[in-house]
Ligand binder design. Sequence first.
Ligand code: ACM
Ligand code: ZN
Length: 533
Amino acid sequence: MFNIIPQPVSILTNSDRKGFTLHAGTIISPYSFSEDFVKFVRKNFNKKICLHEDTGEEKSIILTLDESFEYDEGYTLKCENRRVYINAKTETGLFYGLQTLKQMLLQKEGKLPYTEITDYPRFSYRGFMLDCGRYFYPVEDVKKIVDLMALHKLNVLHWHLTEDQGWRVEIKKYPLLTVKGSMRSHTNFNHKAHGGYYTQEEIKDIVAYCHERKIKVIPEYDIPGHSVAAISCYPYLSCLDRDLEVATHWGVKHDILCAGKESTYKFVYDVLDELIELFPDKIIHIGGDEAVKMRWEHCPHCQKAIKDNNLRDEDHLQMFFMAKVNDYLKEKGYSSIMWNYDKVENADTLNPDIAWDICGMGDETDLVKNELNRGRKLINTKCYPYYFDFPYGWNTLKMVCEDDGALTDNDEETWGIEAQMWTEYVPNMKRLEFLTFPRLGAMAENAWAERGYPSFSTFLHKAPTYCNLLDAYNVNYAPLKKACPSFFYKHASSLWFKRRVFHWQGLHNLIDDAKAVKEAEKIKADIIKNGKS
Ligand code: ACM
Ligand code: ZN
């Protein structure tokens, strides 16, 4: 029997009937969907297997589009009488059939028994969030992650590109964003300068690479919070025109975009115009998380906006801000996603066509119910168990396996699942891979396989085969002992992770808040004086 991750819907083998053996004359037809598959086979089997050149031999892996198949991303796969037949409604289905075939070939060393598979996904949104704001990941690293996403039948790269600690996407109209905003003078723990950004050409290259692998790319432009890198380049974006440096530490920053100045909206729309050109998948993530209101409370521009627009308070000003940005995107044929707003009672004015990532730490039953009633689309990105930057002591492999995946009893009420990789403490691929795998295998089963998969025991049963697969991709996965930690390791890793609180600059923030209030008073006095003169 096969150990495929994510588990296919149905799989049947019969050793009494003829199957398929990979050999030097194996030809795949047509070749157009299969470059990634061919690369895998050449690397892991006989390098001389040509697969795509028509050498006159009989075709042996036959891909066929079949309009009548019910599921857009599903496929059927049959190994029979020295042939493999993959049928699907779309190219995406054929691509996923080949991902399954890779795993089968590797597991059986190229010799497959008679097999029939029918397969299709549980959820249509299966994502991975990569934070390139805290640490910059070079193009080749991003492509490796994309390859691994495709192997797990994930179909959305949520690419977090703007942060307090770094701006990563070239915006031609605002060159300082990458000249200055992409560099932090030091990082939390290794105290070295760090920076980097993607040129527009590199972004296009990565988007094309994702599309070849049937992955949509949703860029995240995180506003109005998490904007210190942009403010460091263009101080007018903040409430008090503050002179700041790109952030060097994690934690929630108190200087955010001013929601009362027209100049902020102009900047945001200009950036969105360039993002729209770079990211054709019609969805942009507009952040909305951790936008504290200390500056807005004292900012004359923000207070004027509250008054002029009859808003109740600063929370409603944020809803007003997000709605304006969403409206702008809608005009261009785009929709938006946000992190869920934690003060549900204040989200009543927020247009329900903005989808939400449900990312909280606690019981979110009421929030989910409320937003479903408003007609909002929801993605399961819960901290527990889908924040894979958390140590294994916090989100064990077992917890990922045992999560139901859906946000309610009815699967149709959940758009999908997304794993999160925040990188403030993840400086390189080695660490990223250690934290992501094997948890991503369990997450992919929650997202693709039928409800109930995986159980912890079925996942453990598949683990050795899965580790072989990850070895074929040179992945630095965590060994099971670390992914399912002992009492000691659980607490030690938790303590080690918590050391970050000593870097949250709490005292600095207190002093700086007092300073900012004084700055605001001065600006207000100037406005009154100028108004009178
Ligand atoms: C988040 O964890 N900042 C969404
Ligand atoms: Zn303001």
